[in-house]
Design a protein around this ligand. Structure first.
Ligand code: AMP
Length: 580
């Protein structure tokens, strides 16, 4: 079928010299690819800067929980990741093996990712805020051969079922004390003992580099696999959206586990040669303003929920920290409302831009630019990206008739996921007629700007985190009191939605505060506080379709009619959760 001319944008912006709309994939390819198109994420992000004589430039500034500060140069990062690669190779890690990582933001995370890429292994970071249930299902699906974890998180959330993880051969930990417990290997000690030599594996653009899980409406989580070629998109979008260069001090607040942390907390700024700020602590407005100011951050990438949380602490505080270094701020994960964008601009004194992308796209696809931004919109497609508004028709797609439809992207982006791991059927279902179907409902205005309308499915967005109701429902069904359950998102002024559960009880159980508290605790322990339902409603019978499916739409309407949570409790910050 022929779609109307897609919303491809051509015009280069004016008004911000740093933005490089003309730097596209061809330029990225010329810089990063070797003979036969070979490209390796780690070599492109780190080693090539050292080879070009920029080894002394600061790659990372890691700020510890107690504000201890450590700078790491590109040369040091190259050497550490060489050692990590040698160590992984010594353990028998082969190209294509999955190296799962359960670490918070910090130097170890960077070394683990780069080391994995240097042996051609697949880096698979997991949310430290998740409980044992979601971690187990992801580790099983990933078929990880190596797990690198903070020792405490490993002991609390993985150790109990480690033996059931068939493919897992090595657990390397960052010890909590002087040394780790028997049976575990010390990640840092192994690296220190490894030789610093060895060329990075030669990888093709399509060879798998990272694996990120995202939630499905039904069934298991979906593990989206991305190839080494995604680094081309990261370099190009880093220039087009942020204008990144080695002069920038760049800070992305996302938590590992979320693809934003890998793509824009790690690869995009490093491949551009920036200095990357890595804050190990959780959200704290004063600390965040301090970092923006003291580290002389020039580009800041965060989430709308973070902005709303900072808004709560007032404009006066923000203004007192106003810096001269910041030149651009942007957000992702949920719509950036016009009022939040304006607040950001007024208080920080720089453009505050919305960007749109998702786990599957692997890189920013649609964004506002400093000149010509439309606050409240997602922005325009980046150069070379074709976007359309469609409806699904049989096995194909057609242009949406009434202006609102599903956002589709031409499936030729190097950063686009190559498959959902072990799930060819769901992979196939995501594509039609050469388009990738995003699951987001949007409308495009007369100027070509895209506006987010909602999800086409039942996915819940809480604090920029995508949560599948099925996973939450399955966890709570394990409790003997629960006969039936439906989880939906309740609108929330701060974090957009909070998951709430409607529960029908088994005979012999009585609804009441005691059981509600027990179920909430059960859910938090199993799922982790970041995604566990925030409230439980007991119902006599569950609303159902004629075919017996739970009518989530009706539950959503009921949830929406409740008063929002005014408890004043500040939830974990989006993409910036703390391990519990
Ligand atoms: P994830 O794959 O977890 O990063 O979630 C991706 C989803 O977050 C998208 O499909 C959208 O539903 C939502 N999302 C991301 N960025 C935006 C944005 N700028 N505006 C609206 N929704 C967004």
């Amino acid at each position: 079928m022929v779609l109307p001319k897609a919303g491809t944008s051509a015009a280069a912006p004016s008004g911000d010299d740093a933005i490089q709309m003309n730097f596209g994939l061809d330029q990225a390819r010329a810089l990063l690819c070797g003979s036969g198109g070979a490209v390796n994420m780690a070599a492109a992000s780190v080693d090539r800067h050292v080879a070009a004589g920029a080894g002394a430039h600061t790659a990372l500034v890691c700020i510890g929980r107690h504000e201890e500060r450590r700078s790491v140069s590109y040369a040091e990062l190259a050497e550490m990741s060489d050692r990590a690669a040698a160590m992984l190779r010594g353990l028998g890690t082969r190209p294509g093996d999955v190296v799962a990582v359960l670490l918070g933001r910090g130097l170890d995370l960077y070394v683990a990712a780069l080391g994995a890429w240097k042996v051609g292994a697949v880096f698979c970071p997991l949310f430290t805020s998740f409980g044992p249930g979601p971690l187990r299902s992801r580790l099983e699906l990933a078929g990880a051969r190596v797990l690198i974890a903070a020792e405490g998180a490993y002991q609390r959330k993985v150790a109990a079922y480690r033996d059931a993880l068939a493919g897992l051969e090595h657990v390397l930990v960052i010890p909590e004390g002087e040394s780790c417990e028997d049976g575990l290997a010390d990640f840092r000690a192994l690296i220190a003992a490894a030789p610093p030599a060895g060329a990075p594996a030669v990888t093709a653009a399509a060879d798998p580099a990272f694996l990120h899980f995202t939630s499905g409406t039904t069934g298991t989580p979906k593990g989206a696999v991305h190839g080494h070629g995604a680094v081309l998109s990261h370099l190009a979008t880093g220039r087009q959206v942020f204008g990144l260069s080695p002069d920038d001090v760049y800070w992305c607040t996302a938590e590992p586990g979320w693809i934003t942390s890998t793509a824009y907390g790690l690869v995009a700024p490093l491949v551009a040669g920036c200095t990357v700020v890595v804050d190990e602590a959780g959200f704290d407005p004063r600390r965040w303003y301090d970092i923006l100011k003291d580290e002389r951050v020039s580009v800041w990438y965060t989430t709308p929920t973070c902005i709303r949380m900072m808004m709560r602490f007032g404009a006066a505080l923000a203004r007192s920290y106003r810096t001269n270094s910041l030149r651009l701020a942007a957000s992702v994960g949920e719509p950036l409302s016009a009022d939040a964008a304006h607040w950001g601009e007024r208080t920080l004194g720089v453009p505050f831009l919305d960007t749109w992308w998702q786990t599957e796209t692997g890189a920013i696809a649609i964004a506002n630019r400093p000149s010509g931004a439309k606050p409240g919109s997602m922005g325009l497609p980046l150069p070379g990206i074709e976007a359309a508004v469609v409806t699904r028709q049989g096995k194909g797609v057609a242009a949406a008739a009434d202006g609102v439809g599903e956002l589709a992207l031409k499936a030729d982006l190097p950063s686009l996921f190559t498959a959902y791991v072990g799930d060819p059927e769901r992979t196939r279902a995501a594509f039609a007629d050469g388009w990738y179907l995003t699951g987001d409902l949007v409308r495009r205005d007369e100027d070509g700007y895209f506006w987010f309308v909602g999800r086409a499915d039942d996915m819940i967005k809480t604090a920029a985190q995508t949560v599948g109701p099925f996973e939450l429902e399955s966890a709570l069904l394990e409790h003997p009191a629960v006969a039936e359950i439906g989880v939906v998102g309740r609108p929330d002024p701060l974090v957009r939605e909070v998951p709430v559960a409607f529960v029908a009880l088994n005979p012999g159980f009585e609804e009441g505060e005691a059981l509600r508290a027990e179920l909430l605790t059960f859910a938090r322990q199993e799922l982790g506080a970041a995604i566990a339902p925030r409230d439980i409603h007991f119902v006599e019978t569950m609303p159902k379709t004629s075919t017996g499916k739970i009518l989530r739409r009706e539950l959503k309407a009921r949830a929406a009619s409740e008063p929002a949570d005014e408890s004043g409790v500040v939830p974990p910050c989006p993409g910036h959760f703390d391990d519990e």
